[in-house]
Design a protein around this ligand. Structure first.
Ligand code: ADP
Length: 176
């Protein structure tokens, strides 16, 4: 794990599985518009949380790129799941503003729920095709930008599935 303080928020970068972060109050889902199961992160989360999770999410579907929704976290050690729809790279433009909105909205909704710790996957960098380094810069710059406004969120973790993505996030973290 690599870590760095941004204002008063501890930023952590770890390699691992977003569904196995028991020490975070909330985890973030790289959701699809229908808030259903799918590949990647959404598949991993819904495999554990369904059927209860889809019963909860379907009330909110569909969502638009950049939007977020918060639910409980059935069968998880976490208290909440925050579902974010990232931009499809090359289709939903401007990609960087939409991705920024995901992180802004997720952190704001977390703070409204008095969440102290939150774990993000690398939203949009899988099936949605966002280049990982660019996405990491948007993600960490957005945490930095909003950090002064957060009252409850004290720890933000980035969970990277592959070693390569983990290393890219480590190097971006050092420069943020
Ligand atoms: P998107 O549709 O937003 O691109 P994906 O779920 O396809 O979302 O992928 C987002 C990122 O999450 C990719 O880098 C992928 O390798 C990674 N990933 C896939 N499964 C997991 C998991 N269980 N935990 C953490 N990251 C994951």
């Amino acid at each position: 794990m690599t870590e760095n303080y941004l204002n008063n928020i501890l930023l952590e970068v770890v390699q691992g599985d977003i569904t196995r972060q028991p020490d975070c109050t909330a985890i973030v889902n790289a959701a699809n518009a229908q808030l259903r199961t799918g590949g990647g992160v959404a598949g991993a989360i819904h495999r554990i949380g369904d059927p209860e999770l889809t019963i909860e999410t379907r009330e909110f579907a569909p969502i638009k790129p950049g939007e977020t929704v918060i639910t409980s976290a059935p069968n998880f050690p976490n208290k909440y799941i925050i579902h974010c729809l990232g931009p499809v790279y090359g289709r939903d433009k401007p990609e960087d503003k939409i991705l920024r909105n995901c992180y802004l909205n997720a952190l704001q909704i977390a703070d409204e729920h008095q969440i102290d710790s939150i774990a993000f996957p690398a939203i949009s960098t899988g099936v949605f095709g966002y280049p990982v380094k660019d996405a990491a810069q948007v993600a960490m710059n957005t945490v930095k930008e909003i950090s002064g406004q957060l009252k409850f969120v004290k720890r933000v973790r980035f969970v990277l599935w592959s070693e390569q993505d983990f290393e890219i996030h480590q190097s971006v973290l050092k420069k943020v």
